[in-house]
Design a protein around this ligand. Structure first.
Ligand code: FES
Length: 73
């Protein structure tokens, strides 16, 4: 049993829930102050590493459509 989980949101961020520590690339702790945070995975957020909802405006997709999948039709 873990004390945290990561949820992949379709066409959106990664939700992290529970007991965790978020650190930057130099190992410095990023102060979250919450037990649930949404991390941007579209690359367009203005408050990285957190999601600010911009993924909706840019039509971010996490999965290819059938038309975009090689070998499918
Ligand atoms: S995933 Fe939400 S702004 Fe990037």
């Amino acid at each position: 049993m873990t004390n945290s989980e990561i949820v992949t949101c379709a066409n959106g961020p990664l939700l992290i829930r529970g007991d965790f520590e978020l650190v930057d690339s130099s190992g410095e702790t990023i102060d979250c102050r919450r037990r649930t945070v949404a991390l941007c995975r579209c690359g367009a957020s203005n408050i990285k590493p957190f999601c600010d909802g911009t993924h909706k405006l840019m039509g971010f997709r996490t999965e290819p459509t059938i038309e975009e999948t090689p070998g499918e039709n």
